[in-house]
Design a protein around this ligand. Structure first.
Ligand code: NAP
Ligand code: GDP
Length: 343
């Protein structure tokens, strides 16, 4: 059985300061949380509390697939709360080419984090699922209680099953030990600090990068698939604010969907057109229908989120308009093209 017997003692200075540990702190969502913590006023609704220290982990500090390394990093920071974002993440085409890596890396990371959080009596863990955990064939809209009703879409079954299991693990830890481990389900996320790598990117960062290259090289801008699939997109800084609300206010083990409204679906063609406008691209646009469309749509309901935020007094969340958030993301990409390691 796993124990924490060989962990270093809690530092004396840690007793009055409570640590919030963010795994995946260097990623898209992690950097949006860091932006809030660095910029929102202390003790404001989306800001750091004055008795908190936020620690943002990256894979260079600890490989979370290794439970012993995870124990050591938890021993160092002694977190009171954990936001678990670290994951092997990628767009449709990266998932299709490496199902086993997406399954195994995520299973190992999730198991390390939840087991070590249990051993160290972490007060609350909020993990991150994805709307691809839902069954491929299910009545729309997607709602929280439908996760386990059938197999996920085949295009990312490795990632989806690993993510689904977090919900099962959360319930098992709660059922047997009373742990407060929960999860959120975001839709497709985009924003500053995204993964713009052409091989592994999600659609928005992938298309921003491709449009940039098409403009620079005077070549056609190629969008994969038919352009017809629909997605709900959430801006990373909106998601970060909702994450903080969940950390402070949400008390259930079951997940909550963090999404724009069900009728705010955008087609891939609309995304491409918005990027063309933001980039001032004037060249030809092609749709490569030899490439997969993936799931046609997966509309998720944010009714539970809206109800709970209203009941908590926070009120209904006002999302950043899509085109404005896209413009910030395009500008971030242009500003960081020569310097960011992930581009
Ligand atoms: P991301 O930008 O790809 O960042 C992934 C993070 O995980 C990075 O900080 C990375 O660290 C860390 N990481 C990866 N492997 C690790 C390992 N073996 N040990 C320690 N850390 C490791 O991902 P993201 O888009 O911010 O995603 C955050 C969460 O949201 C994930 O749980 C993801 O499944 C979920 N999600 C994302 C989307 C989306 O559209 N992006 C949609 C739904 C759900 P380094 O950078 O230092 O390697
Ligand atoms: P998903 O939302 O989980 O399916 O993942 P993505 O963010 O990768 O979005 C995939 C959708 O965008 C599919 O319909 C793809 O055909 C379409 N798409 C169009 N061009 C691209 C591209 O350059 N990269 C990616 N990842 N998807 C693209």
């Amino acid at each position: 059985m796993s124990t924490i017997g060989d962990l270093p003692p809690t530092p004396v200075s840690a007793t009055s300061i409570s640590v919030v540990l963010v795994t995946g702190g260097s990623g898209l969502v992690g950097s949006a949380l860091k932006y809030l913590i660095d910029n929102e006023p202390i003790d404001s609704p989306y800001g750091r509390r004055k008795d908190e220290e936020w620690v943002f982990l990256s894979s260079s500090e600890c490989d979370l697939r290794d439970i012993q390394q995870t124990r050591e990093v938890f021993g160092k920071y002694r977190p009171r709360e954990v936001i678990h974002l670290a994951a092997k993440v990628g767009g449709l085409f990266a998932n299709m080419s490496s199902q086993h890596t997406f399954l195994r890396d995520n299973l190992l990371m999730n198991d390390s984090i939840l087991q070590v959080s249990h051993e160290m009596k972490v007060r609350k863990v909020v993990s991150c699922l994805s709307t691809c955990v839902f069954p491929d064939k299910v009545e729309y809209p997607l709602t929280e209680e439908k996760i386990h009703l059938g197999p996920p879409h085949s295009s990312n079954f490795g990632y989806s099953h690993a993510k689904r299991l977090i919900d099962i693990q959360n319930h098992a830890y709660h059922d047997q030990f009373g742990d407060l481990f929960t999860s959120i389900i975001p839709t497709n996320v985009f924003g500053p600090g995204d993964n713009y790598n052409l091989e592994s990117a999600h659609v928005i960062p992938g298309l921003i990068h491709k449009c940039y290259l098409a403009k620079k090289n005077n070549t056609p801008f190629t969008v994969f698939g038919s352009g017809e699939p629909l997605r709900q997109f959430i801006y990373s800084r909106d998601l970060a604010k909702l994450f903080i609300w969940v950390l402070r206010e949400y008390k259930e083990i079951d997940p909550v969907i963090l999404s724009v409204a069900e009728d705010d679906e955008v087609s891939i063609k609309d995304v491409a057109d918005a990027i063309i406008e933001a980039m001032h691209f004037k060249g030809p646009v092609e749709y490569d229908t030899s490439k997969a469309d993936g799931q046609f749509r997966k509309p998720a309901s944010n009714a539970k989120l809206t109800r709970l935020m209203t009941e908590s007094g926070a009120g209904e969340y006002e999302f950043t308009p899509f085109k404005l958030a896209l413009k910030v993301s395009v500008d971030w990409f242009l500003d960081h093209y020569d310097t960011d390691a992930r581009i």
